[in-house]
Design a protein around this ligand. Structure first.
Ligand code: C2E
Ligand code: MG
Length: 277
């Protein structure tokens, strides 16, 4: 009333695409079209497997394997991320618990699960985590909840209460893609964080000539000072691995070590062999 708005046909197109995706996501959940891939997180020096990160995939009957970037944003907008995220938590705990039993000292192998800002604010994430732990029987210390900096910034009082509740369950909390959001020192002090994950963009710059290692070094030093574990993401090259080791980083993941795959495919990987020996 009393104003005008500009309409473009592309807006309608985007809205109807989103609606279509919403219907497809519902169907996919009903028909069990989702699965989890796992990427190893290894000790950078020895290649010893420390844990895995669970990454969702959509096996679409016509379109093949769909990456999370192509459906997670819609699932967040529609709220479908809540039941989907609940499934991811339960499935990851269940699969990893079974797998742990087959590994030497397997009880210590961790699983990291990504939890989005919407899940944190719009669902009872503590109840979902509690249920996943109980049903699977996995040791709570082996479950890592990965949150982004953006998730922590919204309504930080209630986020703080949720994180305290999660810590009471015994799980660990990691900040994903650290350094790309607000990176406020205040929340590192305020929230019960255990792990910082160095964003891929900082790892990419390692070994360059333009002082590209400064940020990675700063995050690793910060982790050491605050007594937090640091995990480097997106290691693709040997010189990145070397650079990280020189900076004192202990753990990492990336295509240099392994691409995400089904859990049982990891059984014969070199990282598992390192565990066995
Ligand atoms: P993320 O949590 O930062 O996960 C790491 C992403 O980087 C994964 O992409 C992984 O395949 C990719 N990656 C790993 N190593 C390398 C590397 O060496 N080079 C490059 N270029 N990429 C590498 P993916 O599986 O496509 O997932 C993308 C994002 O989708 C994740 O980013 C995460 O934010 C989100 N996501 C994935 N699974 C879930 C889920 O179950 N729930 C929620 N809420 N989000 C998820
Ligand atoms: Mg992650």
């Amino acid at each position: 009333k009393g104003r005008y708005m500009v309409f473009e046909p592309s807006m309608q197109h985007a809205a109807s695409e989103r609606r279509e995706m919403e219907v497809e996501l519902d169907k996919a959940m009903r028909e069990g079209q989702f699965l989890l891939h796992y990427q190893p997180i290894v000790d950078l020096r020895s290649g010893y497997l420390l844990g895995v990160e669970a990454l969702i995939r959509w096996k679409h009957p016509e379109r093949g394997m769909i990456a999370p970037a192509d459906f997670i944003p819609t699932a967040e907008e529609t709220g479908q991320i809540v039941p989907l995220g609940r499934w991811v938590l339960a499935q990851a705990c269940r699969e990893v618990k079974v797998w742990q039993a087959r590994l030497p000292e397997g009880r210590q192998v961790r699983v990291s699960v990504n939890v989005s800002a919407t899940q944190l604010s719009k669902s009872d994430i503590c109840a979902d985590v509690g249920r996943a732990l109980e049903i699977s029987g996995i040791d709570p210390g082996c479950l890592v909840i990965e949150l982004t900096e953006t998730a922590l910034m919204h309504n930080s009082d209630s986020v703080l209460a949720t994180l305290i509740e999660l810590k009471k369950l015994g799980v660990r909390i990691a900040i994903d893609n650290f350094g790309t959001g607000y990176s406020s020192l205040a929340y590192l002090h305020r929230f019960p964080i255990d792990i910082l994950k160095i964003d891929r963009s900082f790892v990419e710059r390692l070994g360059g000539v333009d002082g590209g290692e400064d940020f990675a070094r700063a995050i690793i030093t910060l982790g050491g000072t605050l007594d937090l574990e640091v995990v480097a993401e997106g290691i693709e090259l040997e010189n990145q691995q070397r650079g990280l080791i020189e900076l004192g980083c202990v753990a990492g993941q990336g295509f240099y070590y392994a691409r995400p795959c089904l859990l049982h495919e990891l059984e014969y990987s070199v990282h598992m062999a390192r565990r066995r020996t």
